[in-house]
Design a binder for this molecule. Structure first.
Ligand SMILES: *Cc1c(COP(=O)(O)O)cnc(C)c1O
Ligand SMILES: [Zn+2]
Length: 414
């Protein structure tokens, strides 16, 4: 058992989203009854609101200040993640016609993306279970976050990415010492390969076997925004969507802040930001909130969002509709122009996912989606500085095939 810093949690168990059965927090990661997705459930009635608020405000300058609202305690061994700045953006706001514009600058995490948050939770759980290997399927940023967390805690890491992933991100993950497996195929094919391996190996697969914990880390962005706004929910949040975990957990976080009495007032409207070359969620929203249809061959400069079959896709559409939110699917040209505008007006350098968010906010502002006194928060989730390390030697890309993986990586597996 790893040492953890002593914090309380009101975790009651894990509830199945499909059949609603409540189950204990053991090693399962899907429902024991129906294999549906499971999510932590908390006993909010056990909190005295002002005590909870005081505990949070006196907590560490990291996402662990919200430990009461998370399913696992802080591991003493890990570096701080989260508690990133919320910047008022007046110059950018003037340029695009939004009065009260804020940037949640999550590009400043240890491995330069918001993925350090879900990984912090998954890592804490992996240590609790005594696992010795972390793994993931990634579009780029998750690979770096997993590799850094594994290095910091003396674990082995296997990260699986499409062979077309941004070179700087692959180099970064390899530089932390992870075994980087490049797969010829889309993220969805990488994902299927990893699903098989997750069944066969007792690894901490952050987005499979640890997913119920992983996804909880994404709540902490909204927790921080609300606290930084003086315990008020933003009126609007514009969220980049890959798998949809961040978007759906933004709604969960808002609901939990209201249930625990930490905020009142209107829930935030949640808007999806996707690139036109891979917009399964935005297309479903713009098409009348229908079910998500897979995108077979994603093609976009925003490669971190190129997930054609999002695990939380239908959940995202439902959340957006319930919140009164909207969506946009923006062109690569608009994405790159928006990256420039953000750099020139606010001095913040983002990877294309940030450009997708800003381009979406511009499109929604033109449609009159934001009222004059309403606060608008843009999630900036990835840093532009990811191309700066020299790449260690890499193996050849493999087919999305378990046997080929085992043959090519026999040495690393031994
Ligand atoms: C992974 C990622 C997202 C999307 O996260 P999901 O929870 O998979 O929807 C957004 N921005 C960046 C930079 C990412 O790496
Ligand atoms: Zn179930």
């Amino acid at each position: 058992m790893a040492t953890t810093l002593d914090r309380t949690t009101a975790l009651r168990g894990f509830r199945c989203r499909a059949c609603r059965t409540l189950q204990p927090a053991d090693e399962r990661f899907v429902c024991a009854e129906c294999y549906g997705p499971i999510e932590p459930e908390y006993d909010f009635a056990s909190f005295e609101t002002e005590e909870l608020r005081a505990r949070i405000e006196a907590g560490p300058a990291s996402l662990w200040r919200y430990a009461d609202l998370l399913p696992v305690a802080e591991p003493a061994s890990h570096f701080p993640v989260g508690w990133t700045p919320l910047l008022r953006a007046n110059r950018l706001g003037d340029a695009i016609g939004i009065d009260r514009l804020f940037l949640k600058d999550d590009t400043r995490n240890p491995s330069l993306s918001f993925k350090d948050r879900p990984v912090a939770l998954a890592l804490a759980r992996a240590l609790e279970l005594g696992l010795d290997t972390l793994a993931c399927a990634s579009t780029g940023n998750l690979a770096g976050a997993v590799a850094a967390a594994a290095a910091r805690n003396g674990l082995r890491a296997f990260v699986f990415v499409p062979a077309t992933t941004d070179e700087g991100k692959i180099a970064g993950a390899a530089a932390y010492g992870a075994t980087v497996v490049r797969v010829r195929g889309t993220y969805d094919q990488v994902n299927r390969l990893c699903g098989r391996l997750a069944d066969e190996e007792r690894w901490g697969f952050v987005n499979f076997t640890l997913r119920p914990y992983y996804a909880e880390g994404s709540k902490t962005l909204l927790f921080e925004c609300a606290e930084q706004l003086g315990w008020r929910l933003p009126d609007h949040v514009v969220v980049p969507v890959g798998s949809g975990a961040l978007l759906t957990r933004t709604a969960t976080a808002a609901a939990q802040l209201r249930a625990s009495g930490l905020v009142d007032g209107r829930p935030s409207r949640i808007h999806a930001a996707q690139p036109a070359g891979c917009a399964p969620v935005s297309d479903a929203v713009l098409d009348g909130y229908r079910e998500v249809r897979p995108v077979r061959d994603p093609l976009t400069v925003a490669r971190s969002l190129a997930i054609g079959t999002p695990a939380d896709g239908d959940g995202s559409v439902a959340v957006i509709r319930a919140s009164g939110g909207s969506a946009a699917a923006v062109s690569d040209r608009a994405v790159l122009d928006s990256c420039d505008l953000l750099a020139h007006t606010e001095g913040v350098l983002v990877e294309p996912a940030g450009g997708v968010v800003l381009a979406t906010a511009r499109a929604l502002a033109l449609q009159g989606a934001f009222g004059p006194d309403e606060s608008v928060v843009l999630y900036l989730t990835g840093n532009a500085y990811k191309g700066v390390v020299e790449a260690p030697p890499l193996g050849q890309p493999i087919a999305a095939d378990v046997d080929e993986f085992r043959a090519a990586y026999a040495e690393a597996l031994a």
